[in-house]
Design a protein around this ligand. Structure first.
Ligand SMILES: [Zn+2]
Ligand SMILES: [Zn+2]
Length: 434
């Protein structure tokens, strides 16, 4: 029955706060007190004594003169004076719960615990499958996004003035057509021999057009070639985008379900989303401080640099706005990688055969993102975060359209075309009509 004792401190938790500086000494016997019991600071022994005395409505008589001093050692000697001391320091029987009250209180506590358990169970939770997907995407992203940016040294160097360009001497793109024909990038998509053949043929056609462009310059475009050469950043940025496409391919392959799609559908998805994924992933290096992309200590790009690669403000203004808006969402890395995967697995891309299947994969990713935000992203950052992220995908479509437009006019000039890499030409080629 001792456990049934309910101390007043349970009802007055603030007493503990109040009492922090007071000595914790039993007001009855001077023993070490354990808190407020029945309205007074007492030890466990005196607490039990008072409760038992009240319950049995004890009527003690002092064998001495009714004036015993109560200490820790003698407190058992005179119950009458001990009880009197209890009442003197303010202990009250009204603070003792009846058995029914104790029972009711226990039930209330139990019910509250049950309610909390139900609430906990109802709380959205990432399933094991969803956790696994996030872990896979995170790993894939970290493997394909090198935060040291040291590979950028392998690109044709950035040139920001035309005099610099004369000196640097432009050369061929980093990847030779032969590298691409050996199917390093798309090699694993060769699920059937015909796919491989088709790609190789595309490559040889690219190589052909590549060279005819090359030979075309002196006759037709000699007047323009000087002006064209002002695209001093094109070689470097073409290499950068080409490099990024390879990384995007690596990332795509890790998205659960992507590799089970047909090779044609994998290629369709990659071709149509590559530039959007590159814009998304580049947000990692984008800084709001000066609205530039800062890639390590050595490489930094602003709008002006990109105009020197043949793009106009019609693309770059909304692109910068997009980058700033995305940066301001302060996405978790988990959300960032999920957004890229969702973008990549869009079922409405042109040329797709099995849209339903792509949609199922995208639905799973979207669901994972929504649960992730609900569970892991605290307010106020999570407010409307999901719709804001989806809006970014819409923005990317118009950016992509504008990019395609500008890319087409860029490649219209053979002198520019020859600065591109075979992979760029392959991925950005417009063969929707095929
Ligand atoms: Zn005591
Ligand atoms: Zn006494």
């Amino acid at each position: 029955m001792e456990q049934m004792a309910v101390s007043t401190s349970a009802f007055h938790p603030e007493d503990d706060e109040f009492d922090r500086n007071c000595p914790r000494i039993c007001g009855v016997c001077g023993d070490k007190a354990t808190g407020f019991h029945f309205n007074a600071m007492t030890c466990e022994g005196c607490k039990g004594f008072f409760r038992r005395s009240m319950k049995k409505k004890a009527n003690f008589t002092c064998p001495f003169n009714g004036n015993c001093s109560i200490t820790k050692d003698n407190r058992r000697h005179c119950q009458a004076c001990r009880l009197k001391r209890c009442q003197d320091i303010g202990m009250m029987k009204e603070f003792i719960l009846t058995d029914e009250e104790v029972q009711r209180k226990k039930e209330i506590i139990l019910k509250r615990k049950e309610e909390e358990a139900i609430k906990e169970a109802k709380k959205p939770k990432l399933s094991d499958d969803q956790e696994k997907t996030i872990a896979l995407l995170m790993e894939a992203h970290r493997k394909t996004y090198d935060e040291s940016y040291s590979d950028f040294n392998k690109f044709r160097p950035p040139v920001r003035s035309s005099s610099e360009m004369e000196a640097s001497g432009q050369s061929f793109p980093i990847e030779s057509p032969r590298d691409l024909c050996s199917a390093d990038y798309f090699g694993s998509f060769n699920s059937s021999p015909s796919d491989g053949c088709r790609l190789s043929m595309d490559m040889s056609q690219i190589a052909k057009s590549h060279f005819s462009s090359f030979f075309g310059i002196p006759q037709d475009d000699s007047g323009n070639s000087k002006e064209d050469s002002t695209l001093s950043m094109l070689p470097h940025l073409a290499d950068l985008v080409s490099y990024s496409i390879q990384k995007v391919i690596g990332f795509a392959k890790a998205i659960p379900g992507f590799r089970e799609l047909s090779a044609d559908d994998q290629i369709s998805l990659l071709k149509s989303s590559a530039i959007e994924i590159i814009m998304l992933r580049s947000n990692q290096s984008f800084t709001l401080e000066d609205m530039s992309w800062s890639c390590g200590n050595e490489f930094k790009y602003n709008i002006n640099d990109v105009t020197k690669a043949g793009h106009s403000l019609e693309l770059l203004e909304p692109l910068i706005k997009f980058q700033a808006g995305l940066k301001n969402l302060n996405l978790h890395e988990e959300e960032h990688v999920l957004l890229m995967a969702i973008c990549l697995l869009s079922p409405d891309r042109s040329g797709l055969q099995d849209r339903a299947r792509v949609e199922r994969i995208q639905d799973k990713l979207s669901e994972t993102l929504q649960v992730y935000i609900r569970v892991k992203h605290p307010p106020p950052g999570n407010w409307l975060l999901y719709p804001k992220m989806i809006q970014k995908l819409t923005d990317l479509r118009s950016l992509s359209d504008e990019h395609a437009k500008q890319y087409r006019s860029l490649t219209f000039h053979p002198a520019h075309n020859m600065q591109l890499t075979p992979l760029l030409l392959e991925v950005f080629s417009n063969d929707d009509a095929k």
